[in-house]
Design a binder for this molecule. Sequence first.
Ligand code: 0A1
Ligand code: ZN
Length: 887
Amino acid sequence: MDAPKEIFLKDYKKPDYFFDTVDLQFQLGEEKTIVTSKIVVSPGVKAGISAPLVLHGRDLKLLSIKVNGTELKSEEYTVDSRHLTLSTPPADVFNLEIVTEIYPQLNTSLEGLYKSTGNFCTQCEAEGFRKITYFQDRPDVMAKYTCCIEADKTLYPVLLSNGNLIEQGDLEGGKHYALWEDPFKKPSYLFALVAGQLDCRNDSFVTCSGRNVALRIWTPEQDLPKTAHAMYSLKAAMKWDEEVFGLEYDLDLFNIVVVPDFNMGAMENKSLNIFQSRLVLASPETATDGDYAAILGVVGHEYFHNWTGNRVTCRDWFQLTLKEGLTVFRDQEFSSDLGCRAVKRIADVSKLRIYQFPQDAGPMAHPIRPHSYIKMDNFYTVTVYEKGAEVVRMYKTMFGASGFRKGMDLYFQRHDGQAVTCEDFYAAMCDANNAQLPNFLQWYSQAGTPTVKVVSSYDPSSQIFSLKLSQEIPPTPGQPVKEPLFIPVAVGLVDSTGKDMPLTSIYSDGTLQTLSSDGQPVFTTVLQFKKKEEEFIFKNIPERPVPSLLRGYSAPVRLDSDLSESDLFFLLANDSDEFNRWEAGQVLARKLMLSLVADFQQQKTLVLNPKFVEGLGSILRNTSLDKEFIAKAITLPGQGEIMDMMEVADPDAVHAVRNFIKKELALQLKEDLLAAVISNRSSEAYMFDHGSMARRALKNTCLAYLASLNEPDVTELALHEYNSATNMTEQFAALAALSQNPGQARDDALLDFYNKWQDEYLVVSKWFALQATSDIPGNVANVEKLLSHPAFDLRNPNKVYSLIGGFCGSAVNFHAKDGSGYKFLGEIVLQLDKINPQVASRMVSAFSRWRRYDETRQALAKAQLEMIVSANGLSENVYEIASKSLA
Ligand code: 0A1
Ligand code: ZN
């Protein structure tokens, strides 16, 4: 390995040269592919000084290089393993022509041009274009592209690239070609090419200005019936973006291609999105409600990138959250508008807590805009994406829907066709609203989850209610000291009957703010909390309220309030803010679980607080509540969330306690749970609508509780649900219920399921994941066995994420005290790294929190990390994660 080099945001420099047009020609072959790239280069501001032109390139064989038609002499350029440098390029606009040879059929990294099930496809974000040809492979170099593809006509009947098809025809020797032209300037990471045997679902969309857009989803013929939901999602996304943001699609063609082998979820290449199969293909029989929802969200996400990412892109990769945070925010809003807002918000916040909070508290903690990286691929993180989306959401919370829209309009007006920074987005938002958000930009540069502490007091004689807020941001690697952040805290005050009190004014920081200017009472107000400590005073409050704090989760912080247990039960039963109603239950559950964990560690007998059982029972029986909300409200916080709150994470104790509570609830609420399962059966055909999904969610959650009892009547019930299910959502939930407990019923069900679905590789992936995540004792051996199952393939990322990624998510088995889980992962990471560094690096991340555990586990995990960093020929991807984890 060349010495890994760290790249810093502060070192950003504008490119010395710009590329006006890029004409690419691909001669695709079985042994080799020849790429000819003709670029019109114009010198930047330094014109005349003629700085060297440095092009990126990796794993390329250079065949020829010409400037203005003349082959360069060997002393006019240098080539090393990463660059091609022209020492003295012409001072004026010139033509550069480079011919390279590449070997896509050998490319298992799935980056650049590679083959997936016999078809050619590309993945260029972040820095994959340099594996296709020598180029200034950076997002601030935007050019107009044409792409001519030549290939065997029988093997590769379909030839696709970005933009419009200009010309196609036959060539000698059974070959054919297609010429594509993209009229929009784009950075190289948005380039794409696909060639192969594919069929398509055809549809169309008429845009708000009346233009007809052809929509095509490409996949092998047998999967076409499974593309209906993705097509529905695409059309819904196109319409939504017009209605909510006034953004219209800008070409006459939009393609989505499905590939089984793909490192990430999907990619927003201009007019040629590429998706991994799981995020497009669905039928009621083979995909769950979760899959359907993911498809809607991701199809939306990639489509929304057309404006937020493609038309306006990032100046450099440090700005990634500019496009990703914003686009995640947009897809979250899209899914909320099409489904149920409260339930979606709960799901998104849960994801943030389960995955992002631990990252932000560990060795890989980084701001949503990192300051440095070794491999950019390692920074497509939950921090950049999900915390980034929370930062965008805060603008909307501050400026309201119409103020946010004004900010977006100004952003496009100013920056269409440009590569810009997070400051540009901030400026558009503030300028459009004639406002400033002091300390807000700190969210972009400071890592770590802030804790907001709230102390409340009420004085009946003056009818004043006060909230004292303070904020604390823990130190993170490289950032020992933190500045205060601007934190919008949405607050409502609930009276003793459970109603929101009207809020007339707030007093803070020496100023009085009158609420409700148009005479309408205000029930939720947003406190602008921007100092280390601040007090907010509410006047004319006739009785002591229960404050409902951080409504809708208005900022990505940990809240530490002085609400009592009875306040929380009161909010669980009454809060008008559905998110906070759920949250009250979660806070109670977290407190309860932590105190039971302490009891468990001291070998005390575990006893469940009857008020908690009663609280959840009354939610379960409350027929006026949304069923999916009920399902979420009765679900306990995950094991990871609790471990994350402990001084020393104890997976065995957390596992035991969570199981104890589950069982106890199932025992005490058995009648209600049974009733919910039975009354939520349905013989209707599968529908992807909120009502049906909510029904299934509640039924499946209740069945999972019941299964924890491991009683014959419940096993009977689960078996009945399994056999009578007509859709994967219910069938898989029943299988999961049956497989909770080791034994014959489990083994039989798993075998039956595999036999039924062995020809559906996406379903087989679920089957892998279910077994991998299992908490049954000694599961390491099972997972090891599954590695050599004929359906498993280390080269397919989706299968790796299901089996190995799934395993790393299981608290008890991955963290097995004998170190067998760690050893298993250590060995696999090294094997994977030879095949696909990006995937290996995602897997090695499971070790990064090793310091959170007891000494025995620490030593075992550390040994694996040390073994990994010292391995020969390690990729930069894995090196970065492993070495930072050890630092
Ligand atoms: N931009 C895509 C995700 C993506 C990122 C990196 C990739 O390769 C390293 C591939 C895809 C999105 O946000 O959907
Ligand atoms: Zn994205």
